[in-house]
Design a protein around this ligand. Sequence first.
Ligand SMILES: Cc1cc2nc3c(=O)[nH]c(=O)nc-3n(C[C@H](O)[C@H](O)[C@H](O)COP(=O)(O)O)c2cc1C
Length: 325
Amino acid sequence: MKTLITEMFGIQHPIIQGGMHYVGFAELAAAVSNAGGLGIITGLTQRTPEALAAEIARCRTMTDKPFGVNLTFLPTVSSPDYPGYIKAIIDGGVKAVETAGNNPQKWLPALHEAGVKVIHKCTSVRHALKAEAIGCDAVSVDGFECGGHPGEDDIPNFILLPRAAESLKIPFVASGGMADGRSLVAALALGAEGINMGTRFIATQEAPVHDKVKQAIVDASELDTRLVMRPLRNTERVLRNAAVDRLLEKERTLGANIKFEDIIDEVAGVYPRIMQNGDMEAGAWSCGMVAGLIHDVPTVKELIDRIMAQAEGIIYRRLVGLGHS
Ligand SMILES: Cc1cc2nc3c(=O)[nH]c(=O)nc-3n(C[C@H](O)[C@H](O)[C@H](O)COP(=O)(O)O)c2cc1C
């Protein structure tokens, strides 16, 4: 399938794997790229620019297809070494960057100079328009359903995507709630040029996370996620567990006075414990409502081939057929 996104990134299928903390290592990125999508290494999971350079080099040994790097601009006081990470990306010959969080404007000239295409992930039409205005090449439009940070507007993709389509000139992919060929066809119908998936890619054979994480996603229904950190205006959609219940109880009790320090035990440094050790109650970890549509743990290639076959079946058999009645 050819879309503006497959053309932009030189990939076979319009499917991107979103950056995921402690999930987006070379193994997953390479598997997605080898299967014809765009795999993404999560930049900040690598503690230093040198470690990211090594991860990029490792990914190159696993695939000769294009892959990207996610750079998340955090609203923290002590900023990571972003210039170092940008240099590692450029020197590593990576040609696709997914930015997220704060405005990436400062880094665009260097990235574009090096021939890197930038896709910015945003949760509102106004942020998408801003990304377009500052020169991003594409955007990933992340609806309220999404795992991770859905922003504070709470607009689901059935509204957000067509709103993006009416407003944007640059191409965009649909992110949040995407799982299968039905999602892909719906996203295309709503004006997107492809899909970005997070949670669905965690429940794959190649995702380098503990089996308990994959099983938790398979076991979860669409009712099992919760929004945490809303009072801090840093809302995150996570899978419900004991730590999340504790965190929400603190939010209820402390109300508007709550500070990050109050919930540090439930959110800080929990990803390696969950993703690598399978310590499922260690804290809050991102997961989308799409867990309700995830019932198995296929290889990445099986997943992507199945999505494309189902999408083509829907388009050429079901939808074309409807046109003749
Ligand atoms: C476990 C997990 C970790 C994530 N970490 C990041 C991250 O570090 N940076 C980022 O930009 N997005 C992150 N995301 C968001 C994904 O890239 C993607 O936008 C989101 O998962 C899409 O929604 P879906 O889960 O419904 O597919 C994360 C998502 C999950 C599930």
